[in-house]
Design a protein around this ligand. Sequence first.
Ligand code: ZN
Length: 412
Amino acid sequence: MRVADPANTIEHQTEILRLLRKHGSQTRRRLSTLTGYSISLIRQLTKDLADRGLIVEDGIANLDSPGRPSQVWSISPDACYALGLDVGGSFTRVAVLNAVGEVIYKHTQPTAKAESGSLLLRNLNDLVNATIHSMNGAGSSIRGLGVAFSGFVDYKLGESIDAPNIDSAQHLPIQQYLQQSTGLPVIVDDSSRAAAIAEMRYGAAQDSENFVGINIGAGIGTGIIVHGQLYRGAEGLAGELGHIPMMIHGERCRCGSQGCLETLSSGRAIADKARRMLEHNVPSQLHELTDNDPSKATAALVTKAALNGDKLANDLLSDAGAWLGMALATAVNLFSPEKVILTGGVMRGNPLLLSIVRDSAHKYILRQLPDLPILLTELDEFAGALGAATFVLDAEFENGFARRLGQLTAQS
Ligand SMILES: [Zn+2]
């Protein structure tokens, strides 16, 4: 039996909160077994946490076998809320999660075209304020703000280094600005990494400790999870699969290099290639689907035409998918994940492209590796916002509750 130190009550309480988050509802007896503390100490700790509104009685269950049914305790869903923003080239999405990771609010709006970085930041601040306001009193329980940003992000500084798909987003001090303007702690990271975290907590990778999530939207990003943790690399930019070089003398990429995967398989690349073909009057249903305006070509219209049997659209998707499968095989051969999950607007609900990618990947994945699942995401377009809010919840369970419990104890 561990002996509790009365001076460390807050530490013991946060340990209970973390255990309930990790293992779900527990009886006091099971909490005693998990922590090694006496039942009487567990009784005191759970009472204190319940008095603070951080845990709740969650019915009666027979979890202790053999034993009679006893009361179970859970994290109170209202113990805290976390706000996640996912700022993409086209849309900005908002999700608010409660303490048990349920979405209690979501909202989408077009990413405003901002002439300057400061205007973009002001727009984000307005969106956060509008979200807090629309939640009435519950908005005051929001403990932090997670921002998932499309582009190259310095998560340590909380800055966007460069965001080729978002105007005015070079060297944008997102964390510093929003912390000052909202008064909330702010965590900033890349959208694809946030989406991978969402897959691990709520999506198709809940049973996986090692996987790669590839996000294919206007650009291509990746979240690499190794032993249940996001792999960031020395400079925090690990996972830029969209910018691995695929071709010598390839097209110029928005990152400044050339021949990157993004110039071949991203939503932008598919749309650009379709536009050029239409401008050269290559016969295709896409002429009609774009109202004879090649500039209206999108990856979604190319998929639609391909499903209708259109040859040009099928050729475009086959090329994009073949390159993507080759890059995916590179990631698999490097990291040997349990599975790969494909997410983002271009992949979501696109089994045609999935089958092309799978066929290509299996040609290049090492034969010595066991077959691995290559899956489509089961999450909707809010995955990045969910992941961003989850960064905040993780921080709250790591040290936020302890800080607040310390403040409450000091006041009483
Ligand atoms: Zn590039």
